[in-house]
Design a protein around this ligand. Structure first.
Ligand SMILES: Cc1cc2nc3c(=O)[nH]c(=O)nc-3n(C[C@H](O)[C@H](O)[C@H](O)COP(=O)(O)OP(=O)(O)OC[C@H]3O[C@@H](n4cnc5c(N)ncnc54)[C@H](O)[C@@H]3O)c2cc1C
Length: 368
């Protein structure tokens, strides 16, 4: 039911408008509001906090459908679900009431996940943003980089150093938008996902109350890693959704386009591209769904999520590229959506842990 709801919304609202959202470089607010009202901003959030409580498998299926229609909308949804889940898991009751409910109902529009810094990407343990105690308040100072939805998110999970060096001295804080000292600065001019905003943040002595701490003091790194394990399922699903749209378009084009008096789909070279793509797409989906079902069952899923992410995102990139090849020169123009898919899918091998970091996670886990 969740998949069908997401599919219907995607086909009605996203497919016909994704190119426009990209041109206008924004997702209209009413689209985000509708996502929330359909439960898609809170798929795996308990009903007690207005969530859909449909589980991790439903979340992966919904993400797949939304990404088929618009990859930018999908990443906005992915980060918001991740932020809601992390607060639902580690937050206090008042934090859940305020933020988890606010994200699920759409009142807070979107969530932002502020971990990366200009000098700390794959290695967040080297972050420099600090939070210092001042009476009963915390004062956050530093800079964050690449923060999805930062210019309209209602709440930010912000990681900052509260103890010594390394991963042990990091805590997470909940910072509402418009908090004085939280400054949204540069908007990145990206290759793809151009309807999703990605911004740099400056924390200029940004003060938050004591109860803004999320989870335990100096326990933030573990929270980030747990959130990213789940997030990787979402990005694997996003990539397979984009690749699925690309494959559908390649197949339709291969049927229609004629050269040498035949449909190009009659040539074995094109057929093999389609056959390999269909096979790899199914394998990617199954890996993503396996990781989701382990998460849903409460089992360990970190290795499976990393395997799903690296496989799905790399295969999705290859599938999109092949389908552009099927389109010939027309695929290289904005007349066909395949050009957008090739640009949109590329970042899935970078964010929420690069392919290299996924392989590190997998290898460590296998060798342990
Ligand atoms: C569009 C977009 C949206 C994003 N959204 C968010 C967000 O909402 N919140 C957030 O916190 N972050 C976000 N990110 C940041 C993203 O997670 C980082 O870009 C990513 O973790 C990589 O960090 P980096 O860009 O600093 O690259 P670096 O860490 O500098 O890596 C550069 C290269 O070195 C490789 N490398 C680094 N360390 C190792 C190693 N140990 N072994 C092997 N290879 C290694 C990497 O794999 C990569 O190929 C976003 C990024 C983008 C592009």
């Amino acid at each position: 039911m969740v998949r069908d709801t997401a599919r219907a919304f995607s086909e009605k609202t996203l497919f016909p408008n994704a190119a426009r959202f990209e041109r206008e470089e924004k997702i209209p607010r009413e689209v985000l509001a509708e996502l929330a009202s359909l439960g898609l901003m809170s798929v795996n959030i308990p009903a007690q906090y207005e969530g859909a409580e449909a589980g991790a498998v439903a979340y992966a299926l919904a993400m797949f459908e939304i990404a088929r229609g618009c990859a930018s909308t999908a990443v906005t949804m992915a980060v918001t679900n991740m932020v809601g889940e992390v607060i639902a898991k580690f937050g206090t009751e008042p934090q859940r009431e305020r933020y988890v409910k606010g994200l699920a109902t759409g009142e807070l529009v979107a969530g932002a996940f502020a971990l990366s810094e200009p000098e700390a990407g794959s290695d967040p343990g080297s972050m420099r943003t600090v939070a210092e105690r001042k009476g009963d308040r915390w004062v956050i100072t530093g800079a964050k980089q690449w923060i999805t939805s930062a210019d309209f998110a209602g709440v930010f999970v912000v990681w900052a150093r509260t103890g010594g060096g390394g991963t042990a001295g990091i805590s997470a804080f909940l910072v509402p938008a418009q908090t004085p000292g939280l400054i949204v600065s540069k908007h990145e001019d990206k290759m793809g996902l151009r309807a999703s905003s990605t911004c740099a943040l400056t924390f200029d002595a940004c003060e938050v109350p004591e109860d803004a701490l999320l989870g335990e003091l100096n326990g933030g790194f573990k929270i980030a890693m747990m959130a990213l394990d789940g997030g990787r399922i979402g990005i694997g699903a996003q990539a397979t959704g984009i690749a699925s749209a690309a494959l559908d378009e390649g197949v339709a084009y291969a049927r229609d386009r004629k050269q040498f008096g035949k449909s190009i789909g009659d040539f074995q070279a094109i057929q093999w591209m389609i056959a390999d793509s269909r096979t790899e797409l199914d394998a990617a989906r199954l890996l993503v769904l396996r990781a989701a079902s382990l998460k849903q069952a409460g089992a360990l899923f970190s290795r499976e999520a990393a395997m799903a992410k690296v496989f799905a995102t790399e295969k999705a990139g290859i599938i999109c590229d092949r389908m552009l090849q099927v389109h010939g020169g027309y695929g290289y123009t904005k007349d066909y959506a395949i050009e957008r898919h090739v640009r949109d899918v590329r970042v899935s091998r970078i964010y929420e842990g690069t392919s290299e970091i996924q392989r590190t996670v997998i290898a460590r886990n296998v060798l342990r």
